[in-house]
Write a protein that binds this ligand. Structure first.
Ligand code: FES
Length: 169
């Protein structure tokens, strides 16, 4: 495995509903002015609680800021950092930055989507992987690059892609 960052793997945190709800209420209380300009920091704070922004959280944020849920989705969808479904046990990120793009990362993303049956922004039904694309992982000389959890995998090919995925169950 070609890894340049080896650190412990992250695991998805799934909070019991009551704990998550308490956390959302506490997060919103730290933004008492109800200013819609606080939407991005609120989304960041709420997502940090359990890894995604749940329908219940979206409803509470909309009520707190007195804005529509569609406005929240509209703003959040502009930023790839926000998720509206629970993270998988392992998070896969394909880099589509310029250096990776010229090395065929689009093709790799298509192969990956076919292999695990989900598109960017989605999580497998069995919870094994969630998938997203990123603009640059900061190691362009190793393109094409993919990140699984906190591990960087370099010079990925379609064959190597499958071998890497097999390491994460
Ligand atoms: S463009 Fe992919 S790591 Fe920089």
């Amino acid at each position: 495995m070609d890894t340049i960052a080896s650190s412990e793997k992250t695991t998805a945190r799934h909070c019991p509903p009551n704990r998550a709800q308490d956390g959302i209420a506490a997060a919103l209380r730290t933004f008492p002015t109800r200013n819609p300009d606080n939407l991005i920091p609120i989304l960041q704070k709420v997502q940090s609680l359990d890894g995604y922004i749940s329908p219940e959280a979206t409803k509470k944020i909309a009520a707190h800021l007195r804005i529509s849920k569609s406005r929240i989705f509209g703003v959040a969808s502009f930023y790839s950092q926000f998720r509206f479904n629970p993270p998988g046990r392992h998070s896969v990120r394909i880099c589509l930055g310029s250096a990776c793009h010229v090395q065929g990362s689009d093709f790799l993303l298509n192969a990956l989507q076919l292999d695990i049956g989900i598109e960017p922004g989605q999580t497998m039904e069995n919870g094994r992987f969630d998938l997203d694309r990123v603009a640059c992982l900061g190691c362009c000389a190793l393109a094409p690059v993919m990140m699984v959890d906190k591990d960087i995998h370099s010079r990925i090919s379609v064959i190597k892609l499958k071998q890497v995925l097999d390491e994460y169950q």
